[in-house]
Ligand binder design. Structure first.
Ligand code: SF4
Length: 316
């Protein structure tokens, strides 16, 4: 069993923390409730922070020439400057953060598909906006994992988000606060996980680590993190995972009998076709890692990138 660091997350306060929505309600999320056990949250409600009460008349985005503004239709008040100022002062004060979970479709927190009304607010809205606070998050932390609670109901998106925040927290806690040997160790144990994202980026990271004597420690840390964050923008798809699983399977090719091998290859094909989840194949390999005492694979984060309880498929 791996010991996991606690990711530091910033989240919309109305998701499972406080009933601060415009209508005085809170959003329920069993996933966030579970995640609270394993991560540290800094919940924030930008609308309350700029002085709007609970409950309050709703606000929305409007398109004014080439600018997006935050308007309260019932009063005609424009909250754009207040929101931008709050976002700048809040986000510039953040020292530690591994990712964000924001409320979907909100004119303040929504990360995509937010309604933007034409000026005056009566006509049919466009639905491709980003909330003003969320937009500032993307500007301040352009490569960090940012998701909304709606998208995190999707197993694949959730798996990717969790993998990224737990890996970044591990890097922050054990490498940035560590020594040279710790970056070597981090690179070694994440080798298969990184290969599930890309063939190219792990090579860049490997070169950086092997040339590390040429770089000051802080430069090495920041360059490694920059490349890792770029790599994490790639969506790990089944073909890349199949390559990694085959690589791991190769460690047991001499030890398994014919039936075990063909069962594995059949299961792999089912995974490739989307008929069974990755976890099934990973567990099959894990059973052989234990049986054949394979220390190298046992250390690979690919087989357990985040706590097992969070792997449940049925969060709502
Ligand atoms: S979506 Fe954001 S601004 Fe709106 S209630 Fe939730 S935390 Fe507050």
């Amino acid at each position: 069993m791996r010991e996991f660091p606690r990711p530091s997350l910033i989240s919309s306060k109305c998701i499972e923390f406080e009933a601060c929505r415009y209508n005085g309600l809170m959003i329920k999320s069993s996933f966030i409730n579970h995640l609270k056990k394993y991560a540290d949250f800094l919940p924030v409600c930008p609308e309350v922070e700029i002085g709007l009460g609970i409950p309050r008349d709703p606000i929305h985005l409007e398109e004014e020439k080439d600018q997006i503004v935050l308007i309260q239709p019932s009063t005609g008040s424009n909250y754009t400057t207040d929101m931008l100022n709050f976002a700048a002062s809040f986000l510039s004060s953040v020292k530690i953060v591994d990712g964000f979970i924001l409320k979907n479709k909100s004119p303040s927190c929504g990360v995509k598909a937010v309604r933007i009304y034409p000026l005056g607010g009566n006509a049919r809205p466009k639905t491709d906006g980003v909330g003003l606070f969320a937009k500032a998050v993307f500007n301040y932390f352009p490569k960090l994992p940012v998701e909304d609670e709606g998208r995190l109901r999707n197993f694949h998106l959730r798996e990717n988000f969790l993998t990224r925040i737990f890996t970044l927290a591990d890097y922050r806690e054990n490498v940035e606060n560590g020594r040279f040997g710790d970056i070597l160790d981090f690179h070694r144990k994440n080798k298969l996980l990184f290969l599930s994202y890309s063939q190219i980026y792990p090579r860049k990271l490997g070169r950086l680590v092997s040339d590390s004597g040429k770089l000051p420690w802080n430069d090495l840390l920041s360059q490694y993190k920059k490349i890792m964050l770029e790599m994490f923008l790639i969506d790990p798809l089944p073909p890349a995972n199949v390559n990694v699983l085959m690589h791991a399977f190769g460690h047991f090719s001499k030890e398994l009998n014919h039936q075990e091998k063909s069962f594995f290859l059949d299961s792999l094909e089912k995974y490739r076709q989307g008929r069974i989840p990755l976890l099934v194949i990973q567990n099959l390999l894990k059973s052989w890692i234990i049986r054949f005492n394979n220390d190298y694979l046992n250390d690979q984060t690919f087989f357990e990138p985040y706590p097992e309880e969070l792997m449940e498929i049925t969060f709502i």
